[in-house]
Design a protein around this ligand. Structure first.
Ligand code: NI
Length: 226
């Protein structure tokens, strides 16, 4: 299931984020890649010790974790600190699959990457190419969303970032370990949560609303692993 998360960042937050990213010091993205991905990765990332990262995370991740659709679709247990990546003209990230387990080996800091997220930090007309291309069961999906939007997709898929042929592509990339490991169960819960939200809003006192609510809540309880 690919989920389009809209308006994670508003115009003011975006301009603050862009201000922080412009003129930042970037390092070779190969430094953070796994062994296989290393061969195909050509981009730049903000160094992990850059003091700007704390401010960026406060804005970008703060907004992401409060986003209602994100919460319902991801059912997150852990979310990684993102990478802030810049793809200049000629840069790309060839086809790869993300590492299954990430994070530092310190106890409790490892997480399983169930879902991958790309948050777009500049407008699609500011660069040519640079689409995120994801291989799904229903064919190739080419993703290039508005600044402030994000795509969330299963980290189990093969994917790539097409070459940027002009301009500059700015994104934040992160991963989520979900409380619900099984992607099919997670997708069912998301569908059910959409119906539940609508019923709770429109018919909060109806018996059928209470039944749907009970089923949703107890399925989350049954399928969650903490
Ligand atoms: Ni990837």
């Amino acid at each position: 299931m690919l989920i389009h998360l809209k308006n994670i960042l508003g115009p003011q937050e975006l301009s603050k984020v862009q201000e922080l990213l412009v003129g930042a010091d970037y390092v070779d993205g190969k430094l953070s890649a796994g062994r296989a991905a290393n061969q195909v990765k050509s981009n730049q990332e903000l160094a992990s010790d850059d003091p700007k990262i704390e401010m960026l995370n406060h804005i970008v991740m703060g907004n992401l974790v409060r986003h209602k659709i994100y919460q319902r679709a991801a059912l997150p247990l852990k979310v990684a600190s993102p990478f802030y990546a810049c793809y200049q003209q000629g840069m790309y990230y060839g086809e790869h699959i993300d590492d299954p387990v990430m994070g530092t080996p310190v106890a409790g800091q490892k997480y399983r990457s169930d879902l991958a997220l790309t948050i777009f930090l500049n407008q699609p007309d500011e660069y040519q190419g640079g689409e995120l291309s994801i291989q799904t069961d229903y064919g190739l999906q080419l993703i290039k969303y508005a600044a402030g939007d994000a795509v969330m997709y299963p980290a189990t898929t093969r994917h790539q970032v097409n070459e940027v042929t002009s301009g500059k592509r700015l994104v934040a990339v992160t991963w989520v370990q979900s409380m619900v490991k099984d992607a099919e169960q997670r997708a069912l819960l998301y569908q059910l949560s959409c119906a539940r939200e609508k019923l709770l809003r429109k018919q909060p006192t109806e018996e059928h609303t209470k039944q749907v609510d009970l089923v949703y809540v107890n399925l989350v309880r049954q399928w969650s692993e903490l």
